[in-house]
Design a protein around this ligand. Structure first.
Ligand code: VG1
Ligand code: CO
Length: 524
């Protein structure tokens, strides 16, 4: 191995969005593009910098080629065959006290040569910071297919089993014995886990099949777990009367929870897990520290926090904001409406963790009430707390200009305060109480994040929120989040319950006039 110095130009648009850098594969293939970004990561490494550092590298197996920058890094820890799920990488970084990790994935974005690639960088607390210029670069010929350590001049490469550290950690969190005895006592209980063809395949097999003894079940690959893209899973769950259907995304950090008779919104899922955690999940038996959600996520978890007398935090979209709260010992369980759920066991959202949390809770609930199901558990929750109906409309690959103008106008309205054409007006029966542009003041490091989404809050506490995606690779994606709280009507179809608010949101934003779009690309 030898070190060469190469200087490159800065690249247009090479700055991390909601979750690292995400672009078309062709963009990454430009000469030095990837190396330049990775160099930026090392340049920005917190003191004492990259000298002597240990860095974890893994990914979801998308095609990639990059040589590792030198920078005095002493050790690279790499998942075998280059594989590490995002949560597993976080687990490895923490267990092995590495200084950071590079995850090669575009997560839920579609893969393949025509589609997307991405790079996320994680320090021990999950923050992504990267910027800068490529300077020096290492040439080694490390292989990634066999576990073991390879030594080069000035640095070493350790190839690890990508599953082992993660499984070791996860077994300390959940009640595996309880789940196993539940499975043997309920031979008719059907679990279906989708992700066996993505990066979570080996993790799912090791945990659900080898550790817990569930039958090996496979369905089609599902890069983004939501009701539309995961339709095959949904169909199978309905047809085969599956009790717990679950999916995760390309890099294993997202999850979807369904049963043949219920779809659990991610906002409800995290609230439900928080409700049961102390009683059911060993990791939380000492008590919960605090709960949190991203701003557009429904307020269901806030109700649980209130009932349990816990702090509840509302942070901007993107997992990185939870890390500071966790490090400060003020946050145990958190989630995002975008199918992200997790806890302070690592610094990423964790799809398999969420599925195991549900299994653990179902097993626990069955001890008290035999026959407890996803639906009965959720229904009991809604009777206790009321229901936060929630839906999200995505308009993908919209012209950036129109999308930006729409957001600018909404921001303008928010700045005018109460004196504008929206506040005090009634849209389809809902009267606007307030409009603002969400700003987050981090209570730990006091940093301020502005322009995190425009919120329209109605007099009955219903909300509609507008923001632009920070993970798309081309054009703009407009996201509209719609929420309404109901104490009495608990069994409505969400799309029916939210229809007037959706119409109101479209009127308030003048979405069609600005973007030319009549219908959303995806509804979740
Ligand atoms: C989306 C989601 C956000 C999530 C992010 C990364 O971001 O809305 O909640 O944290 O993806 O998830 P945006 O900016 O496109 O709305 V992952 O699984 O793709 O790393
Ligand atoms: Co992901």
């Amino acid at each position: 191995a030898s070190v060469r110095s190469i200087s490159t130009r800065p690249f247009e648009g090479q700055k991390p969005g909601t979750s690292g850098l995400r672009k078309r594969v062709a963009v990454f293939k430009q000469e030095h593009y990837t190396e330049n970004f990775v160099q930026g990561i090392f340049t920005a490494m917190p003191a004492p910098g990259p000298q002597g550092a240990t860095v974890v590298v893994g990914g979801d197996g998308r095609p990639s080629s990059a040589s590792a920058p030198g920078n005095g890094i002493a050790k690279f820890i790499i998942g075998q065959d280059g594989i590490l799920s995002t949560p597993a990488a976080s687990a490895v970084i923490r267990k092995r006290e590495a200084d950071g990790g590079i995850i090669l994935t575009a997560s839920h974005n579609a893969g393949g040569p025509e589609n997307d690639f991405g790079i996320k960088y994680n320090t021990r607390n999950g923050w992504t910071r990267a910027r800068g210029r490529h300077r020096r670069h290492l040439r080694g010929h490390a292989h990634y297919f066999r576990v073991g350590t390879q030594r080069f001049e000035g640095f070493e490469v350790e190839v690890i089993d990508p599953v082992a550290d993660y499984v070791e950690l996860i077994k300390t969190i959940f009640d595996f014995e309880l789940i196993k005895s539940f499975r043997t006592e309920h031979a008719d209980f059907k679990l279906l886990f989708d992700g066996l063809n993505g990066v979570t395949g080996p993790y799912g097999r090791r945990i659900f099949v080898e550790e817990l003894g569930f039958p090996e079940t496979l369905v089609a690959r599902t890069p983004d777990p939501n009701l539309i893209y995961a339709h095959k899973l949904v169909e199978r769950v309905e047809k085969e009367k599956i009790d717990l259907g679950a999916a995760s995304d390309g890099d294993g950090d997202r999850n979807m929870i369904i049963s043949h008779d219920w779809f659990v919104t991610p906002s409800d899922s995290v609230a439900l897990i928080a409700e049961y955690a102390e009683q059911a999940i060993p990791y939380f038996k000492g008590g919960l520290k605090g709960l949190a959600r991203s701003m557009p996520t429904s307020c269901a978890i806030d109700l649980v926090a209130k009932a349990k007398n816990l702090e509840a935090f509302e942070v901007p979209t993107g997992w990185k904001f939870f890390g500071n709260l966790m490090d400060a010992g003020r946050l145990s369980i958190c989630g995002e409406e975008s199918f992200g759920t997790g806890s302070d066991h690592i610094r990423e959202k964790d799809g398999i963790w969420a599925v195991l949390a549900w299994l653990n809770i179902i097993a626990f609930a069955n001890k008290g009430k035999p026959g407890a199901s996803v639906r009965s558990i959720m229904s009991e929750f809604h009777h206790k707390y009321g229901r936060n109906y929630f839906t999200r409309y995505d308009y993908e690959e919209v012209e950036s200009e129109g999308a930006n103008k729409m957001m600018e106008r909404l921001r303008g309205l928010a700045q005018e305060g109460g004196e504008n054409e929206v506040v005090g007006q009634t849209f389809h029966g809902y009267k606007v109480a307030k409009i603002d542009d969400f700003e987050y003041h981090d209570p730990i490091d006091h940093s301020v994040s502005k322009k995190q989404g425009v919120r329209v809050i109605f007099e009955d506490t219903s909300r509609v929120i507008f923001r632009l995606s920070g993970t798309g690779s081309h054009g703009a994606t407009v996201r509209i989040y719609i929420e309404r709280y109901d104490r009495k009507e608990l069994d409505l179809d969400a799309q029916v319950a939210l229809k007037p608010l959706v119409d109101g949101a479209l009127e308030i934003s003048k979405l069609e006039a600005f973007t030319g779009r009549k219908v959303p690309t995806v509804i979740t």
